[in-house]
Design a protein around this ligand. Structure first.
Ligand SMILES: [Zn+2]
Length: 421
């Protein structure tokens, strides 16, 4: 490892450590919520939601730290290289079988490290707080299904990645970026058709009032929304939500059945309008383009760092030795953790825009405010997370920000405020 590589790795680790400590500090001591929140929530509600969020935040940061510590240990103890040599001996020096076994081993160990946190956060805590509706067998079925999918897809990705390192030793990162960009488009297109149905059932909305509301909103938004799908989210959780997904012909708005069952029509309308706003403003494609830019940047940086760190291994002909996989995973883990503020700032901008467009479509700020209050109460959302936590991890503006933006929209002399016309 060159001195410069040492500085880069140390800087990344120190920054991730500082971010993690600050995250833990503000999780344990979140401070006061702004006074404006008391207009919509009682102290008991805020306290209860904060306790729930505290637990979920601790689980997520501890899972990150455990996985990172494991990767750091593999790299710095030289176990990563030692195991890779062992696997190569096992396969009689045959590269690709060794790579596959090595990847499988690291993947499995990372799964083992992450499992307790995953199980605690998505099963135990969800039951303790009364959100979960699925039993243990069904949780394991989900876990095994999604793990298998991850194993196959990331395994294929790793084989392709190491193959390109042998094919184009100095420009593989650009080739990998191109493959990854293509894959992002294909997977966004196919996800709703192939992956989502593995976990849930989707039914088009057929009943009268919701269907009529959707048609009217789509007309106002100038969109050809053929159907809205309802997902059987209630098989896992009592929480309500909705999302917009897909690309081209697979674009769709999905509502949780828990939303339709437990929220009044004007709030459902606000949700649908928000999702249509994402559609109308092309947020998925814009998000994909940001993702592609980030991928090229990340892969280019990865190449530069690997070249400084493993100068000797990389100079040899042929694909990179399997043990570089661990350093790659560590680098991507650290950089994507540190890059969260950028990614989330972009996401929050889109969400703010979607709320504004939704208000123009419904002309009903009261319903939007009621929706935010209801969602926050029932899902135990943090009405106003500590600024550092919001900056690092929030993909959406805080409920209080969304409520205040709707209040402001309602008060402004808004020329487009023309409900029913
Ligand atoms: Zn949204």
């Amino acid at each position: 490892m060159t001195a410069r590589a040492g500085i880069i790795w140390t800087t990344l680790l120190i920054l991730a450590g500082i971010f993690s400590l600050a995250f833990i500090f503000f999780t344990l001591f979140p401070g006061q919520v702004p006074d404006a929140a008391w207009q919509y929530f009682s102290p008991v509600e805020v306290e209860r939601a904060r306790r729930y969020q505290q637990i979920m935040r601790l689980v997520s940061i501890l899972a990150f730290l455990a996985k990172t510590a494991f990767l750091v240990w593999l790299v710095y103890s030289a176990r990563a290289a030692y195991w890779s040599d062992g696997v190569l001996r096992l396969t009689g020096g045959r590269y690709y079988p060794a790579l596959v076994i090595y990847f499988g081993l690291i993947w499995l160990l990372l799964k083992v490290v992450g499992l307790p946190f995953n199980f605690y956060g998505s099963f135990i805590v969800q039951h303790q707080w009364g959100f979960a509706t699925q039993n243990l067998a069904s949780w394991w079925a989900d876990y095994l299904k999604s793990s298998f999918l991850d194993l196959i897809l990331s395994g294929a990705g790793v084989i392709l990645l190491f193959w390109v390192t042998g094919r184009w030793p100095h420009t593989w990162w650009a080739a990998a970026g191109l493959f990854l960009s293509g894959w992002l488009f294909v997977s966004t297109f196919l996800w709703p058709l192939l992956v989502a149905p593995l976990f849930n059932r989707f039914q088009p909305v057929t009943e009268g009032p919701v269907k009529t509301m959707v048609t009217q909103l789509a007309g106002r938004a100038g969109l050809k929304v053929k159907e809205i799908l309802v997902m059987d989210a209630s098989r896992r959780t009592t929480k309500a939500n909705a999302y917009f997904t897909g690309l081209g012909a697979t674009k769709r708005i999905v509502l949780y059945d828990t939303l339709l069952a437990n929220y009044p029509p004007d709030e459902v309308e606000a949700v649908v309008a928000h999702e249509m706003a994402h559609w109308q403003r092309g947020h998925i494609v814009r998000g994909l383009l940001w993702g592609i830019l980030a991928n090229f940047l990340l892969l280019g940086l990865l190449y530069a760092v690997l070249k400084l760190t493993f100068t000797y291994e990389i100079a040899r002909p042929g694909p990179y030795p399997p043990h570089l996989l661990v350093a790659m995973l560590l680098f991507l883990q650290l950089v994507s953790f540190l890059g969260q503020p950028v990614q989330n700032a972009i996401s929050r901008r889109y969400e703010t825009e979607a709320d504004q467009v939704a208000l123009e479509l419904t002309g009903n700020p009261r319903a939007m405010i009621k929706l935010q209050v209801d969602l926050t109460r029932k899902n135990l959302g943090d009405v106003a997370p500590p600024p550092f936590i919001e900056w690092l991890t929030s993909s959406h503006p805080s409920p209080l920000d969304r409520i205040q933006a709707s209040e402001k929209w309602g008060q402004d002399d808004n020329p487009r405020y023309s409900r029913g016309q």
